[in-house]
Design a protein around this ligand. Structure first.
Ligand code: TEU
Ligand code: CA
Length: 546
């Protein structure tokens, strides 16, 4: 197994709009991130993934870029960005940016020119058709084709109609993207998280889809297109190979059987990917607001199968939430009576599995979902479109509100909870999105001052991971035999053997059949005085050294 810094790293995802507001306009910004670099250093993370801060009309909060080389005014200036990058590097950390090149904003000059006329040199920067060619639907509901009066043609947008898809078949598009990437890398940026990179090669015959499960449409029609690997290899040759950086592809629609095509050591494409199987396993045919039961055994199986599929010849990431999904302690843990224990258990999973862990902002505090009582409190375009679709379909939006409270992306985007001051110290102004009312008991200040907090548990786990290469490069083997409560696995190399036991339940978990002779306890999320040889307490997590 080749050793690389990005395999040994711990990534921390920052959604700047909700991280820290430094100038009182209620919107998080770059100077706010600068203010918190020491906090992040204290936590122990070493690669920061910064969600988009480029100029954008904010239809999808920055994932609709109007100018790739300018900082959106509300985030600050390019000087602020340069100062942030220096601050990150001065602390021995690295910064990766969000590369959003499957689509631009419709306000990008390329699209403005492209829609001017059919003869415009930018026409082929996007996909235009005289008639709507197929029944493709957008990720956010509704048609994926939008009629444009100006030239009487339809253009493709897999996301909102303000996010037209770039035509990667056009070599000029690719050249301009590569040049933009060099602009950021030449500033010293340490790599990219590549937004929906698995979608950039379209099936240019644009076939109709007759699949009723949207996840199947993504996998079989939108993602893994005919030239996706050719484009990624070219991007690597033209750009990435010239720098000591890392790349993580957001591999929506990529099944484990195709993962190595993107991240195989010999492929010359990406270093690692964010896979989605565990994140969409409880989405029904209608997507996240059409939930189905999630099986714990299936959850563990997904991690086992992805490890088997990738880890021999490639590399994985491990994550349990991000800015697009509910808070992990609410979704995979118990955010009521066992919030602290389950948040620590999930942290132990994140930091002892094989693959580069990615911590989403606020997980280190055990921040939870927020159940706003009104739709008006929700900000995300996906949530707003869902409501419009329900009302249009004559369905009761109050029914939808229950699903939105549980599964919306907004759950991840409530402002970071820094202290017990007004608006949790996120802003002196009025926040763009309401702060979760539980900030009085869940905030960074109290956490940093409490050695027994989730924050310090993350810090200890990160230190253990840094001091035990077996947790990075060691073999992974699940050992719980599909137990209904227990998730246990070993990490092994020639020097060490660690056994991790996680009780993913509100009940006692019998472990009397596990031989704990001669083992040394490395870390537990319970008071050591309460440890029982024969059972784990609810949400108890342990690392043993054999
Ligand atoms: O997400 C794309 C994506 O496929 C999943 O996040 C999810 O399917 C989507 O949120 C709809 O449920 C990326 C970005 O992470 C997301 O924030 C953007 O909205 C999207 O691409 C478009 O750029
Ligand atoms: Ca601000």
């Amino acid at each position: 197994m080749k050793k690389n810094w990005w395999k040994e790293a711990v990534i921390y995802e920052i959604y700047p709009r909700s991280f820290k507001d430094s100038n009182g306009d209620g919107i998080g910004d770059l100077r706010g991130v600068i203010e918190k670099l020491d906090y992040l250093k204290k936590l122990g993370v070493d690669v920061l993934w910064l969600c988009p801060v480029y100029d954008s009309p904010n239809d999808d909060y920055g994932y609709d870029i109007r100018d790739y080389r300018a900082i959106i005014k509300e985030a600050g200036t390019m000087e602020d960005f340069n100062e942030l990058l220096v601050g990150v590097h001065d602390r021995g950390m690295k910064l990766i940016m969000d590369l959003v090149v499957n689509h631009t904003s419709d306000e990008h000059e390329w699209f403005q020119k492209s829609r001017e006329s059919k003869e415009n040199p930018y026409r082929d920067f996007y996909f235009w058709k005289p008639e709507k060619p197929n029944n493709w639907q957008s990720f956010f509901g509704g048609d994926a084709w939008e009629y444009d009066e100006k030239t009487g043609e339809w253009y493709l947008h897999l996301f909102t109609k303000k996010q037209p898809d770039l035509n990667w078949e056009n070599p000029t598009v690719r050249e301009k993207i590569y040049s933009m990437m060099r602009f950021w890398l030449n500033k010293g940026v340490d790599g990219f998280r590549m937004d929906v990179i698995s979608l950039i090669s379209k099936r240019t015959d644009f076939p109709d889809t007759n699949l009723d499960n949207f996840a199947d449409v993504i996998e079989q029609v939108y993602a893994n297109g005919p030239r996706v690997h050719e484009f990624l290899r070219e991007m690597n040759e033209e750009v990435m190979s010239g720098y000591d950086i890392t790349t993580v592809g957001e591999a929506v629609g990529v099944p484990k059987e195709k993962a190595l095509l993107y991240v195989g050591d010999d492929r010359g494409e990406l270093n690692m990917i964010f896979q989605f199987d565990h994140m969409i396993m409880d989405s029904g045919p209608g997507g996240r607001f059409d939930p189905i039961h999630r099986s714990f055994i299936q959850f563990k199986k997904i991690f086992r199968e992805w490890d088997e599929a990738v880890s021999k010849k490639g590399w994985n990431s491990v994550y349990l939430d991000n800015h697009d999904y509910p808070r992990m302690v609410s979704r995979f843990g118990n955010d009521k009576i066992y919030r602290r224990e389950s948040a620590k258990l999930l942290a132990m999973m994140l930091l002892t599995m094989r693959g580069t862990p990615c911590i989403f902002q606020g997980s280190e505090l055990g921040m939870t979902n927020v159940a706003y009582p009104f739709f008006e409190d929700y900000r995300d375009v996906e949530t707003r479109h869902a409501k419009e679709a329900w009302v249009k379909a004559g369905k009761d939006p109050d029914e939808l509100l229950k699903y939105v409270q549980k599964y919306s992306r907004d759950n991840a985007r409530t402002p970071m909870q820094w202290n017990r001051n007004k608006h949790a110290g996120f802003t002196e102004g009025s926040p763009w999105m309401k702060v979760n009312p539980n900030y009085m008991t869940i905030n960074a200040k109290d956490s940093v001052n409490d050695q027994n907090s989730i924050f310090w548990f993350y810090n200890r786990l990160i230190t253990i991971r840094k001091n035990n290469p077996v947790l990075v490069y060691g073999e992974y083997e699940q050992t719980d035999g599909d137990h209904s409560q227990l998730f246990s696995y070993i990490r092994e190399d020639e020097d060490d053997l660690l056994h991790i036991l996680l009780n993913f339940s509100d009940e006692l978990c019998d472990i009397s059949d596990i031989n704990l002779e001669g083992v040394e306890l490395i870390l537990t999320n319970q008071l050591e005085s309460e440890l029982h040889q024969n059972h784990l307490l609810p949400w108890e997590a342990r690392i043993y050294q054999l």
